[in-house]
Design a protein around this ligand. Structure first.
Ligand code: ADP
Ligand code: MG
Length: 338
């Protein structure tokens, strides 16, 4: 007698959710990335109870056609890639078609979306089950609200940390998304308190100021360098402005915030002996490279990526920072000469 059977869609989605939707901050990340992929210029993130009350994301992006709304919530349904070769030249933040079905399988989701060329749609899905789907009047863009997170996966709920920790995770991810997209206006509100607002004029230093404060932003110096494969620009702090953790270093590759120990080390090495042991700079580096040089399909949440010619990039970063630090040393001498 056969004992093997295919999992139901909802169960398969919940299993996928186990990988991509660990906590409220993962939902914020996935939904904001969707808004960014949809060419939004303004993204408002409204959260209550550290994401366990509600997570609402309003964007002014492309919206979804009526005919596609239900499909968007199906596993492995995406508008972003088509053929296997696309997998090796990813230009969008998403491509796995997992976020919407995963989120909808472990929460209550209401999405209103409109493309601007036809009437909008409202869909309500709870625990993977479509409750209603109907035409709706909406301005172009997408407005999605997630409540009752993990209502049907209590084990997940139990693993969540304190509200302060969960909120800190949300703030952290929104900060990094805003740094990676200075051209987009972000707002983050928690329990009606505004935690972040950026203007979306493309000025990275202004975003740094909005996140880390004006004083810190003013103590950061520009970095700009390139070689035939990579271009690197951004800001890094003067050696006297340091922190006790690497948390204030953001490495952003092709507008995706990633974690990479070696590149972080390359930044720190650029400071040589100017940093005290256990102290780390504040840095935001935007790296651009041909998407064929990077494999983003390594980690379900895409936090880690594989980079070809990584040691060449490390060298480029270290040297750019070294050169800036050397210039800083010169400034007082030059002034004395006059
Ligand atoms: P992926 O982002 O990997 O494609 P998702 O499950 O996150 O998968 O989303 C599925 C599809 O739904 C996307 O490919 C996109 O076409 C559409 N979509 C999701 N969110 C938005 C949004 N905010 N605006 C426009 N389209 C969206
Ligand atoms: Mg997505």
């Amino acid at each position: 007698m056969s004992q093997i059977h295919e999992l139901s869609d909802v169960l398969a989605d919940q299993i996928a959710a186990g990988e991509v939707i660990e906590r409220p901050a993962s939902i914020v990340k996935e939904l904001v990335e969707n808004a960014l992929d949809a060419h939004s210029r303004q993204i408002d993130i409204i959260v209550t109870e550290a994401g366990l009350g509600q997570i609402r994301i309003i964007d002014d992006g492309d919206g979804i056609d009526q005919a596609d709304v239900a499909i968007a919530f199906k596993r492995h349904a995406t508008s972003k890639i088509q053929s296997p070769k696309d997998l090796f030249r990813i230009k969008t933040l998403g491509f796995r078609g997992e976020a919407l079905p995963s989120i909808a399988s472990v929460a209550d989701v209401i999405m209103t979306t409109a493309t601007g060329s036809e009437q909008g749609t409202e869909i309500h899905i709870r625990g993977g089950e479509t409750i209603t789907m109907k035409p709706a009047t909406a301005r172009p863009g997408t407005d999605i609200t997630v409540t009752d997170l993990f209502f049907n996966t209590p084990a997940r709920l139990k693993y969540l940390k304190s509200p302060q920790t969960e909120l800190a995770q949300i703030t952290d991810i929104v900060d990094r998304l805003a740094l990676a997209h200075a051209e987009v206006a972000f707002s983050l509100t928690h329990n009606e308190r505004e935690l972040l607002r950026t203007v979306g004029n493309g000025n990275l230093q202004q975003v740094i100021a909005a996140i880390y404060g004006n004083t810190n932003a003013q103590k950061m110096i520009p970095i700009e360098t390139q070689d035939p494969d990579f271009s690197v620009r951004g800001f890094t702090s003067l050696p006297e402005v340091t922190r006790s953790s690497r948390q204030y270093i953001s490495i952003i590759i092709n507008q995706r915030y990633i974690r990479n120990f070696q590149l972080t080390k390359a930044i720190i090495q650029g400071y040589g002996s100017k940093l005290m042991i256990g102290r780390f700079p504040m840095s935001v580096l935007l790296i651009e490279l041909d998407p064929v040089l990077i494999d983003v399909n390594v980690h379900p949440a895409k936090k880690e990526v594989r980079i070809s010619k990584e040691s060449q990039l490390e060298g480029l970063i270290t040297m750019a920072i070294q050169q800036q630090m050397a210039k800083q040393n010169l400034i007082p001498d030059v002034l004395e000469d006059f």
